[in-house]
Every structure is written in C-alpha cells, then in structure tokens.
Design a protein around this ligand. Structure first.
Ligand SMILES: Nc1ncnc2c1ncn2[C@@H]1O[C@H](COP(=O)(O)OP(=O)(O)OP(=O)(O)O)[C@@H](O)[C@H]1O
Length: 232
C-alpha cells in the first residue's frame, strides 16, 4: 500500500493536497486539467519535491525523508530519459549501475533478458536516435523494469506516439507491471488511456488529488471537475 497522508505540496501560488491510499499491486490512472498538479503529486512520491506537510508511506514505512534513489520507486517521463549518446544496451546498463563500472555476468544476462522481452535484442547496439519512436519507448520501459522497483510512476510516457503504438505500449506496460506485481501510476490526458490501462483513477483538480475510484465508475458518473475537463 502506498499512502499519501495529509500531503500539502506545491510552489509559489500553487498548492496541491492529497490524502489517499493505493493498494499494490495495481494499475492507476492520474487524470485532470493541465497545471492541476499531476506531476507535482508524482514528484512528491518519487522524492523530487518535498511536501510542505504530510508524509508518504510504502507498506507502512515512512519515505518522506528519503532521497529518490532510496525509494522503492522507478519513474518514466514523456521524453523517455534515454541518453542519446549511449546505445540501448548502455542505457539499460545505467539502470543497474548508475555510476558506471563493469557489469557482472548476471547483470549482462538481466539486460539481455530485458531487451529480449521487448523485442529489442537485435537493436541493443544502436543509439536512441537510430531506432523508431516505439522502439525507443520500449527501451525506456525495459530500463524501468530493470530497476525492479515495486512502484512505477509514468508521466505521459507515450504521449509522442501515434494512437496504435500508444495502445500497444500501454498493453505492454500493463503486462510488465503485472509480471512485476508493481503498483503503476500513469499520468494521462486521454480518458481512453485510463479506461484501457487502469483499474482505478485519481482525479487531480482544483488543488486536490482525490482518492482513487474505479475507472469505469468515475467515467460513468464523472464528478463536476472531470465533466468540465472532458467537456461533457
Ligand atoms: N518548477 C516550478 N516552479 C513554479 N511553478 C511550478 C513549477 N512546476 C510546476 N509549477 C506550477 O505548479 C502547478 C502544477 O503543475 P504540475 O506540473 O504539477 O501540473 P500537471 O497537472 O502535471 O500539468 P500538465 O498536465 O500540464 O503536465 C502549475 O500551476 C504549475 O504552473
């Protein structure tokens, strides 16, 4: 269980409040208007932003004071975080050895397996600029899975892809999150993504991240803020 307890966070002139619990494993969408605070909430969970008050706990353990690298959290953002000057294999190696250094045989095997699972074995020596957008997205996803953390935060990771490829990547993400028994939080602007991917959905609007509701239920009977956002 990941819990945000009495969280207040933000920057000048903006405040987000969150009081909610998320059962793990699970797939959760985070939806709401631009500037509502979706990324702020993810930053608080990842440890990139300290809340003004409240705490973040995982399985009852207080994470609030821990730096990002010591949290059980892996993140994937829209620009997919791959280093352009490194090959796909080297990018994945960094997930295991952030400070560089020689890989062990076991680490090499894990990287090879992660690339294979994403159908990228033949492309491991290429740089991100020399593969397609979908292949780069798959490599970024492989990198997140290698980190092997039970909480995965995904901030519009596939927004740059076309609809068919995005649907394929969401299915892939659902599959790996299931295999890893992870809690996956997906920020998206597209209600179809939430419907396709998430069992539960958090609405972030008017300065509040609401407790998650069943995705089908929240879209069947949207609260006013979601109705306004959807233009319904
Ligand atoms: N580094 C920053 N400095 C100052 N204000 C910021 C900063 N980052 C975000 N904000 C403000 O905080 C508020 C919430 O931003 P946030 O990025 O969390 O929203 P969001 O819901 O993720 O938006 P989007 O859907 O557009 O990505 C916004 O009003 C934004 O302008």
């Amino acid at each position: 269980m990941l819990a945000l307890e009495g969280i207040v966070a933000g920057s000048e002139g903006f405040e987000l409040r969150a009081d909610l619990r998320l059962e793990a494993p699970g797939r959760v969408a985070v939806i709401g208007p631009s500037g509502a605070g979706k990324s702020t909430m993810l930053d608080v969970i990842a440890g990139f932003r300290a809340p003004a008050s409240g705490r973040v706990t995982w399985q009852g353990r207080d994470l609030t004071a821990l730096p990002p690298g010591q949290r059980p959290v892996a993140t994937l953002f829209q620009d997919n975080n791959l280093f352009p000057h490194l090959t796909l294999h080297e990018n994945l190696a960094l997930a295991l050895r952030p400070r560089g250094g020689r890989l062990t045989a076991e680490e090499r095997e894990r990287i090879a397996a992660a690339l294979e699972r994403m159908g990228l074995s033949d492309l491991s020596g290429r740089k991100p600029g020399a593969v397609s957008g979908g292949q780069a997205s798959r490599a970024a996803l492989a990198r997140v899975t290698l980190q092997d953390r039970p909480v995965m935060l995904l901030d519009e990771p596939f927004a740059a892809l076309g609809p068919a490829l995005k649907a394929e990547m969401l299915a892939e993400l659902a599959r790996v999150a299931g295999e890893m028994e992870a809690l996956a939080l997906l920020v998206t602007h597209d209600p179809a993504d939430a419907r396709a991917f998430a069992e539960r959905t958090i609405l972030v609007a008017e300065g509040v991240a609401a407790p998650p509701r069943e995705t089908a239920a929240i879209f069947a009977d949207p609260p006013e803020a979601l109705r306004a956002y959807l233009g319904a």
